[in-house]
Write a protein that binds this ligand. Structure first.
Ligand code: URA
Ligand code: SF4
Length: 214
């Protein structure tokens, strides 16, 4: 597989893009997943959120961030005063990658590798062009590295502003401001006694985003 590029139509229309993405075979991940989970939201949104990849429930529903991580994300957005309906939400990788423990039905999330992230990136760039947000928020290291390069360290640069300018990996067409924060799943997976604090820190990052978007 040579990546998604040959499947991406020359269009800035989100419906055209998402229809075409349904039949993408840019990497092996389409084989086991139920369906492509494309981004959702409005073209012209000021804020675009980029997660890692759909999870089990997203794969079933065909919509990004509708499972447990999505519910935490919704609560955080509400606490930060951001209306999800006015944003665009997508993932760095559009198919669910998982393993099954031997003999079990439950599907366990597996992190996409660099090759899969690179293979899927043409969709993300097409969404950036189509939505044309002024702020891109990377939820977690996978999204941040997809847009800012593999050298990006979330622990070091969380909450900082970057410009996707001429020398960025993404190229000169994308001049948006990029901010990276944690992935909502990391809060769910973290130790229970630190969950509230981690949630509050996530909300604090989202408030910075809200203020930048004004
Ligand atoms: N995690 C993600 O990164 N994206 C989703 O859509 C759901 C969970
Ligand atoms: Fe295509 Fe991305 Fe799915 Fe791979 S993960 S098949 S590149 S849409």
């Amino acid at each position: 597989h040579a990546g998604a590029a040959e499947f991406v139509p020359d269009s800035h229309d989100l419906d055209d893009l998402s229809s075409a993405a349904r039949v993408c075979r840019g990497c092996d991940l389409y084989r086991d997943a139920d369906q492509t989970v494309f981004g959702a939201g409005r073209p012209g949104s000021t804020i675009m959120f980029v997660g890692e990849q759909p999870g089990d429930q997203e794969d079933r529903a065909g919509e990004p961030f509708v499972g447990p991580a999505g519910r935490l994300f919704d609560r955080a957005l509400e606490a930060a005063g951001i209306d999800r309906e006015t944003t665009y939400v997508t993932n760095a990788v559009k198919h669910f990658k998982f393993t099954r423990a031997a003999g079990r039905k439950r599907r366990i999330h597996e992190k996409p590798n660099r090759g899969e992230v690179v293979a899927c990136r043409p969709w993300l760039l097409a969404e950036l062009d189509a939505v044309s947000p002024s702020i891109v928020v990377c939820l977690g290291a996978t999204a941040a590295q997809a847009l800012l390069g593999t050298g990006f360290r979330l622990t070091k640069h969380r909450g900082e502003r970057f410009d996707l300018g001429a020398d960025g990996e993404v190229g000169p067409d994308h001049a948006e401001t990029v901010v990276a924060t944690v992935h909502p799943s990391s809060i769910l997976r973290g130790p229970a006694e630190r969950r509230e604090q981690a949630f509050d820190a996530f909300v604090a990052d989202l408030r910075v985003v809200r203020d930048l978007a004004r």
